[in-house]
Design a protein around this ligand. Structure first.
Ligand code: OSB
Ligand code: MG
Length: 359
């Protein structure tokens, strides 16, 4: 699917999104899952073709061998296979969607949502020039986004943040995301961000460098938030205890699914750590589920849950729109949305159907 504008981060520039969807058929009910893996293993080790392979080769056969399945069964059945959390999450999402549709229960009801709308933040990419960045940020503020996140990297950090604060003031939450582009040697440079009253700095260093983040947290006053490093409730608890994360970005795909995402939420709430829902440039399918997750009580910070038109001119489901800086939590059964057949067909590049019954 083409993006409305190229999205540049410290790990690359994306002009289109190649998306793997999983559809399960259970009786007469269908369920949809969206895999958040990207084309290339640059954000994390997973990538779309790898996800397709592991689903076809291992995960789908393992689920088929299990027989009757609920959404909650998916993670335990697949637990003996290491990693590939984004692929696992897509399967769990599809099975859970079918289960909830059949039971006439919404995603929000299942997860424990306590709000009917969530505040919407937006992730703003790296630009070639400051004026281009300011035009983009100005447009998002105009649209009503309540929180701005700037992507940063060495050479694009202090100046863009300063320019945004000078142009638009201090009256809205502003945060930065480095996607692992720095090391502890950059501590003094990152401490220069402290004067701009940022809500947080997200994943400045390598995903495995949790201890480094704990050290950096003592050298800067901007609160430390982890994204890539948090892959489970266990790693979340460890990062919090080490002092590496004062805030967590929770992405269901990265942690193996929405049920593990809820466990991380519970871990964080138990330790007084605020969380917010991250995004992976999802279609409206993943967006629907993320919005419901973001309505849980511990999600006290605005997430990267923007309207469909932040990334896509045409979404594959009826578009999510911004209303007064917020997005409504879907209320219909399951995800509450399903692909519009003609739109889905127009962006589909390949389909593979695996029949469990014949195995
Ligand atoms: O690090 O949060 C990130 C997009 C792709 C991969 C990683 C990240 C992002 C974003 C965009 O920041 C979030 C969104 O979907 O709005
Ligand atoms: Mg991030």
């Amino acid at each position: 699917m083409p993006l409305v504008t190229p999205f540049r981060t410290s790990f690359g520039t994306q002009a289109e999104r190649d998306i793997l969807l999983v559809k399960v058929m259970a009786g007469g009910v269908e369920g949809w899952g969206e895999c958040v893996a990207m084309n290339d293993p640059l954000y994390s080790s997973e990538y779309v073709d790898g996800a397709v392979d592991v689903l076809r080769r291992y995960f789908v056969p393992a689920l088929a061998a299990h027989g009757h399945l609920t959404g909650a069964d998916v993670a335990p059945v697949l637990a003996r296979f290491k990693g590939h959390r984004m692929a696992k999450a897509a399967l769990e999402m599809a099975v859970l969607d079918a289960e909830l549709r059949a039971a006439d229960r919404s995603w929000g009801e299942e997860l424990g949502a306590v709000r009917d709308r969530v505040p919407s933040g937006v992730s703003v990419g790296i630009f070639d020039t400051i004026p281009e960045l300011l035009a983009a940020v100005g447009g998002y503020l105009e649209a009503g986004y309540v929180r701005i996140k700037l992507k940063i990297e060495p050479g694009w950090d202090i100046e863009p943040v300063r320019a945004v604060r000078e142009a638009f003031g201090y009256g809205f939450p502003l945060q930065v995301d480095a996607n692992t582009a720095y090391t502890l040697d950059d501590a003094a440079q990152l401490a220069r961000l402290d004067e701009f009253d940022l809500l947080l700095i997200e994943q400045p260093m390598d995903e495995e460098d949790v201890l480094g983040h704990a050290k950096l947290a003592r050298l800067v006053t901007t609160p430390m938030c982890l994204d890539e490093s948090i892959v489970s409730a266990e790693t979340a608890a460890a990062a919090i205890e080490l002092g590496a994360a004062a805030i967590l970005n929770i992405k269901p795909g990265r942690v193996g699914g929405y049920l593990e995402a809820r466990r991380i939420h519970d871990v964080a709430v138990g330790r007084g750590v605020p969380v917010w829902c991250g995004g992976m440039v999802e279609t409206g399918l993943g967006r629907a589920a993320n919005i419901a997750l973001a309505a849980l009580p511990g999600f006290t910070l605005p997430g990267d849950v923007s309207a469909s038109d932040r990334f896509y001119r045409t979404d594959i489901v009826p578009p999510f729109v911004l209303e007064d800086g917020h997005i409504a939590v879907p209320t219909e059964p399951g995800l509450g949305v399903a692909p519009i057949p003609e739109v889905l067909r127009s962006v589909t590049t390949s389909v593979e159907w695996i029949s469990l019954a014949s195995r």
